[in-house]
Design a protein around this ligand. Structure first.
Ligand SMILES: Nc1ncnc2c1ncn2[C@@H]1O[C@H](COP(=O)(O)OP(=O)(O)OP(=O)(O)O)[C@@H](O)[C@H]1O
Ligand SMILES: [Mg+2]
Length: 269
């Protein structure tokens, strides 16, 4: 479990560029949950997840991960973070050595590293035949999956993803999400997903935290969020198109996903 309590953060304190990025942020992430973080550009999402991953030092408040403080180096083994556009960080000669890079640094045996590379490639849906290929020969979607596999190979208990589908075309995006949330959720990994995409949030998240100018303005389920028009407007978010469509049709029920909409429409007509 992750417990975030009263976390505030200011960049460049005491300079003319001082910028308050987070104000008194508190929330929990339960085991096995997919928690989404949404909000305008500059609302503090990336700052928050980097603090949770221990990459930006906590200034005030506290974060506990399985009872350990985020300042404790041991949390590095628990939390894996995939940055926005992670494929920019692929640098090894082959896909295999790239995915193996971090687990090797953890001092795992060669056999263990190799087993983890295979498993991570399976989890993200990359074919074995791509192991010896240079990451630069892969398609954009494949590169993204290779980068994510490199984090999965660490077997994090908590996985943080910053806009994992940004910039991918719709089929690559769909494939990636299905692989990630299909395979990984089964393994019980807890996920924090930063996303602007309300459809993705509707399909995969159990709860959503909405940030606006560094403050939490909403915590609840996607369904609860999509009923809060003022909050959505303030955060610059829109419900998924299917939710809006059913609302326009003035049906009494609300749908968050295509499957739900289909069920409602076929039983009503
Ligand atoms: N290294 C930095 N130095 C100074 N200010 C920063 C730095 N990083 C972020 N900020 C500022 O802190 C605020 C929060 O930024 P952050 O990157 O966390 O937002 P975000 O919600 O992730 O935005 P986006 O949706 O664009 O990724 C913004 O006003 C941003 O300009
Ligand atoms: Mg960001």
């Amino acid at each position: 479990m992750i417990v975030v309590k009263d976390v505030s953060y200011t960049y460049m304190t005491g300079t003319p560029f001082e910028k308050i990025a987070l104000k008194k942020i508190s929330f929990d992430v339960a085991q096995g949950e997919v928690l989404a973080i949404a909000g305008h550009t500059g609302s503090g999402k990336s700052t928050l997840i980097q603090i949770i991953a221990g990459l930006i030092k906590l200034q005030s408040g506290s974060i506990e991960i399985d009872g350990l403080s985020v300042d404790d180096k041991k949390i590095r083994r628990l939390v894996g973070i995939v940055f926005q556009y992670p494929e920019h960080q692929l640098f090894e000669e082959t896909v295999e050595s790239d995915i193996a890079f971090a687990p090797k640094n953890f001092g795992l045996s060669e056999a263990e590293v190799s087993a983890r590379v295979d498993e991570a490639m399976r989890q993200v849906g990359l074919d074995e035949s791509l192991k010896k290929v240079s990451p630069f020969e892969l398609s954009g979607g494949q590169r993204r999956r290779a980068a994510i596999a490199g984090i999965l190979a660490l077997k994090p208990k908590y996985l943080i993803l910053d806009e994992p589908t940004a910039g991918l075309d719709p089929p690559a995006k769909e494939h990636l999400l299905k692989e990630i949330f299909g395979a990984i959720k089964i393994s019980g990994v807890t996920i924090i997903l930063v996303s602007h995409n309300m459809e993705d949030i509707a399909r995969f998240a159990n709860r959503v935290v909405v940030l606006a100018q560094g403050e939490i303005i909403f915590i609840g389920t996607p369904r609860e969020l999509f009923a809060e028009e003022k909050i959505l407007a303030r955060a610059g978010l829109e419900p998924p198109p299917v939710t809006q469509l059913l609302r326009t049709l003035k049906l009494n029920e609300s749908a968050l996903t295509l499957d739900e909409a289909e069920r409602i429409l076929t039983t009503n007509h």
